[in-house]
Design a protein around this ligand. Structure first.
Ligand code: WQD
Length: 338
């Protein structure tokens, strides 16, 4: 059974391709390599024994998207990761984000609604909740006005899919709202490859640990939390990848209750920035050099998932602990810096 994975050479995409191939799916990857590298194909092959079919393409070219679906008319499902995801960049360059994250989504859906049966998994984010009023966050928590064009593209993206599913019963879709994916495949063959200075906490920690960065800046310790630093739900990227296969199989086997469903992907456990730092120190046996600085604009105080719906309806549960995820991130960082 052939599955298209857009952005399949990226961080979460590549780990999902591994899990799909482990389950026996035939995978076609489209990636424009703007935030990944073709070497990732070798990593996928090293783990699963073969690389996916790979087509380098910029999905903003509508004709190319149409040509792809004509050529691969046996694609039974699409997992759509390809999107720009840097919050700060989206503020500077909103039109790039609206074109790349929403224009492309429309082109893909226009092709899927032509098929007798289409199955679509959308890469969404807990960012749609903004600062939720209640913890843990359930899927029916209100969507808050986005704090960035990036977050807005996830909110509007979900609305586009929901509206399209309403009038196309042949299209079934699931939006997966990731909390904070971290770590790397235990084989150390694939992992996160941030370009330039990492925006996210864990790659900055591991790059500091390996000596690439001088010191981690902790963005504020005066929040109304136990230790004053922000709380997030850090989830192993392999757990996130496995959830995509479970969600796809739910649609392929017709087990979905409605033709548009939403699930949170988290561990259900919140960890503060200082707890993440201590986790790194535990697994690496190294002291991390960090200092407390001012808050970062746009940060929410806390966000961690209510996992009840994903556990009982989707039938998926995160398996790894924060330390296990952090250890995999550290092992990967040390390998790529050798
Ligand atoms: C986590 C915590 C920072 C870096 C982002 C995106 C979100 C999703 C996940 C795509 C915060 C603190 C960070 C640093 C720090 N991405 N921090 N020093 O902001 O929760 O979510 O990634 O879907 O959309 O917004 O993740 O890793 O940037 O920050 O103190 O150098 O670590 O303040 O409290 P975030 P993050």
């Amino acid at each position: 059974m052939k599955i298209l994975v857009t952005g399949g050479l990226g961080f979460i995409g590549s780990h999902t391709v591994v899990e799909l191939q482990n389950e026996g799916f035939e995978v076609v990857v489209i990636d424009n390599l703007s935030n990944s590298s073709e070497n990732v194909l070798e990593g996928i092959q090293a783990i699963t024994g073969k690389p996916p079919i790979f087509e380098k393409m910029d999905l903003r070219n509508k004709q190319k998207v149409q040509d792809f679906f004509s050529k691969h008319d046996d694609v039974e499902g699409v997992i759509h990761f390809a999107a720009s995801k840097a919050v700060g960049e989206s503020v500077e360059n909103p039109l790039l984000y609206y074109e790349n994250n929403l224009g492309v989504l429309v082109y893909i859906l226009q092709e899927l609604v032509k098929k007798d049966k289409a199955n679509f998994i959308f890469s969404s984010s807990c960012t749609v909740y903004g600062q939720a009023d209640k913890m843990p966050i359930t899927e029916d928590a209100p969507v808050k006005p986005a704090e960035s064009p990036y977050g807005n593209t996830k909110q509007v993206g979900e609305e586009i899919i929901k509206d399209t599913c309403k009038v196309n019963p042949n299209l079934s879709a699931i939006a997966l709202r990731y909390f904070n994916p971290i770590g790397a495949h235990p084989s150390v063959e694939i992992g996160e490859l941030p370009i330039g200075v990492p925006q996210n906490l864990v790659p900055f920690i591991t790059q500091t640990g390996v000596g690439l960065r001088e010191q981690l800046s902790v963005f504020g310790d005066d929040y109304p939390t136990e230790d004053g630093t922000c709380i997030r739900d850090y989830i192993h990227v392999v757990d996130v990848a496995k959830a995509h296969v479970v969600a796809l199989q739910r649609l392929l086997n017709g087990r979905n209750d409605m033709n548009y469903e939403v699930f949170n992907l988290g561990t259900g456990k919140g960890s503060s920035v200082l707890e993440v730092i201590h986790s790194f120190e535990n697994v690496s046996d190294k002291k991390l050099n960090y200092k407390i600085v001012d808050r970062r604009a746009g940060d929410v105080i806390q966000a961690y998932a209510d996992t009840e719906k994903a556990n009982s309806v989707l039938g998926w549960k995160a398996q790894s602990t924060l330390d296990e995820a952090m250890k995999s991130a550290w092992d990967w960082e040390q390998k790529i810096r050798r």
